[in-house]
Every structure is written in C-alpha cells, then in structure tokens.
Design a protein around this ligand. Structure first.
Ligand code: DAT
Ligand code: MG
Length: 149
C-alpha cells in the first residue's frame, strides 16, 4: 500500500475546514497513519518546497505556509498518491474540477487549502521531513475488507 503526505495549509485551518478535509479521505476509504497539528519553521518550509526555490512565488509561498498552524497527515491506501491529487484538484482552484477540495473551498492559487505529494518519491521525501518513523502508526482496520476486494 502506498503512503502520501497531505497537509491542510494555514488557510484551511483558519477557515475551520480541517474536519471536512480529513473526512474526504476517511470516507473514500483511505487510512490515516499519521496526524498532527504543527507550526512549520521557515527552514522546514524551504526544504519542503525546495523544488520551487528561485521561482517568483517562492517567498510568498514560504511566508504563507509558515503564517499559522497546519495539519500534517500521512494517508495510506491503494494508489493514494495520485488519487489524493485528483481529490485535491488543480493547483489553481479556479481551474480545479468541480467537487475537488480546491474547487469546493478555494479561489486563489496562493490560498489553495491543501498540499499533497505529487509522486511516490516526493511522498517519501515529504513524510520524512514532517514525521519521525515512530509517529506513523501501523494498525489494522476491520472495515478494510469492505473497502478492498
Ligand atoms: P501543488 O501544490 O498543486 O503541488 P506546486 O507544487 O506547483 O503545486 O506549487 C506549490 C504551491 O506553490 C502551490 O500549491 C501554490 C503555489 N504556487 C504554485 N504555482 C504558483 C503560481 N504560479 N503563483 C503563485 N503561487 C503558486
Ligand atoms: Mg507540489
């Protein structure tokens, strides 16, 4: 089973959307294996968004992601990396497909509610940035036989 790194950004936390966003992944059938609220340091933000260093929006992005608490989570399940990206919608909420998280709750690209890893490689890198191994929980869910055939 794959794992991905998802994060409700400061706008999602401030707007009281944490529960609704987590619910979408739970209701889909995905399993939360790590979850915490945290204030990201500038150093961690720059590491997380390292691929965007030097781009015109990089400074605003780092300022924004460190502007308030985020809710970080690791979610596990079949094809969860790409499926979570589909559930989030396009980076620009105005271009996101109807029903996706970003289209349901967002308007501006710099206030797009949620982060999700874009590949398995990114997921592994980002999980390691935000979670210590012992913060990820291995457990069985009785309901899994009703989600997976
Ligand atoms: P995503 O978050 O969909 O993976 P990304 O990795 O390309 O998108 O960019 C990271 C974040 O940076 C994105 O969620 C919002 C911000 N961002 C991306 N492109 C931007 C742009 N052209 N102008 C302003 N902010 C941008
Ligand atoms: Mg990205």
């Amino acid at each position: 089973m794959e794992r991905t790194y998802l994060m409700v950004k400061p706008d999602g936390v401030q707007r009281g959307l944490v529960g609704q966003i987590i619910s979408r992944f739970e209701q889909r059938g995905y399993k939360i294996v790590g979850l915490k609220m945290m204030q990201i340091s500038r150093e961690t933000a720059e590491k997380h968004y390292g691929e965007h260093a030097g781009k015109p929006f990089f400074n605003d992005l780092v300022n924004f992601i460190t502007s308030g608490p985020v809710v970080a989570m690791v979610v596990e399940g079949k094809d969860v990396v790409s499926t979570a990206r589909e559930m989030m919608g396009a980076t620009n909420p105005l271009k996101a497909a109807p029903g996706t998280i970003r289209a349901t709750y967002g308007v501006d690209v710099g206030r797009n509610i949620i982060h999700g890893s874009d590949s398995l490689e990114s997921a592994n890198r980002e999980i390691a940035i935000f979670f210590r191994p012992e913060e990820l929980v291995d457990y069985e869910r009785a309901i899994d036989t009703w989600i997976y055939e």
